[in-house]
Design a protein around this ligand. Sequence first.
Ligand SMILES: [Cu+2]
Length: 414
Amino acid sequence: MKIIKNRVAKLSFVALLTTLSAAMLHAPTASAHGEKSQAAFMRMRTIHWFDLNWSKDEVAVNETMTISGKFHVFAGWPETVDKPEVSFLNIGIPGPVFIRAGSWIGGQLVPRSVSLELGETYEFKVLLKARRPGDWHIHTMMNVEGGGPIIGPGKWVTITGSMGDFVNNITTLTGETINLETYGLDNIYFWHAFWYALGLAWLAFWIRRPLFVPRHIAITSGKADSLISGTDKKIGIGFAVGTIAIVATSMGMTAEKYPVTTPLQAGLMRGIQSLEMPETTVSVKVEDATYRVPGRAMQMTLTITNDGDAPVRLGEFMTASVRFLDSDVAEDETGYPDDLLAEEGLTVSDNSPLAPGETRTVEVTASDAAWEVYRLADLIYDPDSRFAGLLFFYNEEGDRQMVQVDAPLIPSFI
Ligand SMILES: [Cu+2]
C-alpha cells in the first residue's frame, strides 16, 4: 500500500513538474515594453521617428487603424550597432493584441525585410486590425539585424469589444476562404495533447519502479544488469518504432490532404524609395553641448547660418522620440503622446527670425522631465557620450527644414 502511494506521489510530482515548466515557457502579458531601458544612444543615434500619426485612440475588435509617419535613418549610426542592411518595419505591442494587416515603406508593400540607407528619410504606414480588448501602448519599431528592435514613441490605444468576435479571414491561393484565427486549431490541440500523453506514458513506465537509492545500490553491488529486463527492452523498442510510425503516417496523411503548400516567404527587398526632402539651406554647427544633471536640461551652443532666401526660426529639437518645442514657433497638432512632448521645452537665447545670409550663435536649452523619465540622461555615463537629434527650422509660411545634429555631450553636476 505504502509503495503504491509512493508511486502515485512520484507520478503526480513528475506530471506537476512537466506542466509547470510548460507553463513557465508561456510568457505573461507585458504591461511595459522596456522602451525606457533601451540604451539612450540607440534611441538617439539610429532611427528618428517623426510626423507620426496614430489614426485612432479607440478602436473596436475587427476594426482597423493605421500608424503612419516618417523615419530618418541617422547618418551618425553608432559603430557598435550593425547597419540597417536587413531591417523589418514592425510595431511594438504587448503580444498579438493587433494583427498587422499590411505595412508600407515609401508606398511599397513591405511584408519582408528591407535594406535602408544611412542619412535617408522614409515615409511609412502600418495597417493594424484590433484583436484583443484592453489599453495597449502601441509603438513604432524597426527590427535591425545585429542591432535588435529599435523602438519609437508609444501611444495608448484602447480596443473595445470581445476577442471572441475576432475573425481573420483570408483567401488562399487555391481559392479557399479560411479564418486564420481558428484554422487548424483542433489539430494543434490534438497533437499537443497526444505527444504530451505519450511523453507521460514513457516517463510513467520508467518511474513505476524503485528510483535513485535502490538503483544505486544495485549498481554498486554489481547487479546493474538486473535493472533492465527483457520486457523493458521490448517496450522501449515498441515506443521508438511506434513514434517513428506515427510521424511517418501522419506526415503522409498531411501531404495527401494539403497537396499544395508554399514556404513562408522571407527575403530582402532593396531599393526602397526614400523620401525627397526639401533642400536644406540652414546649416548648424554645434559649438558645445552640456547636460545639467540638477536642471534636467541640455544646453547647446549653436552657430546657425541661413543660406536660403527666407528668414527662419528654430521651432523644434527632437531626440529619442522626445520633442522639445518653442511654442512661439511650432506647436503639435497631431496629438503626440503627452509624456514625450515638451510643448515649451525649447528656449533659444535669440529666436528672432534669422535673415537670409545671416549667421548667429545662440544658446539653446532643451529642458523637460523626460530627460530623466525616459532615461536619456544615462547617456552621460556612456564611454562614447554623444547626443544626436533633429532640429526643425520654420519660415514665415510654416515651411519646415530638418537639420541633424550629432556632437559630444559633457555632463555638468552643479
Ligand atoms: Cu510602451
